[in-house]
Design a protein around this ligand. Sequence first.
Ligand code: SF4
Ligand code: FES
Length: 219
Amino acid sequence: MRYRLVVRRYKQGWREAEYRAYEVDVDPDTSVLDALEKVSLEQDPTLTFEHACHHGVCGACGMVINGVERLACVTRIGEVARGGVVVVEPLRGFRVVSDLAVDKSRMFSQYALVEPGTLERVDGVVELEKLFDCVECGVCYSACPIANTFPEYLGPSVIALAYRSSKDGKVPAVLDSRRGVWACHAAFECSVRCPVGFKPGETIMKVRRGFLSGKLGVR
Ligand code: SF4
Ligand code: FES
């Protein structure tokens, strides 16, 4: 079947982003990521996007597909196309590096704020330890109306990971601040969009209740 992929393009130095349309003939079961790779291989090698595992584990391929944050590798094109059209845009709330590739250092650097041990430098290269089920895709930042507009906000995944890493009923003090759980407006878009069911929104509410009841402290 023929689909029209409309991709938001942006390269460093461009004055503004633009949308380019590509026609692709693929099966409806084809993933949006595979369709993008087909475009890259057959039509436009300058198209930039991130991927690695191709099965929903590495978190690299988060993007906004027809207005909704998803992992492109586990999203079937036939299920999301509207009238044969699929609009693909980079995640919101992150700096665009090139086309669909964004700089997620805003999220990764905050892991160090809540759990300094999760960031280590080995021969000058930052290594990240994988935490729980979160695939660090950044989808929750993109979907969250606060993370989108308040860059200092720790963000859903970081708060949830800090809580799950808590010891002796204590969490990092930064969670009890305007950058932490009190910034959340309880939209719950993070939990709705999270591709692995991590439910960061529910965890944020749990932390708030813990602070208000005195059952949770800070260290
Ligand atoms: S909490 Fe979910 S949406 Fe957020 S980074 Fe982790 S896996 Fe992605
Ligand atoms: S390529 Fe790894 S999650 Fe999509």
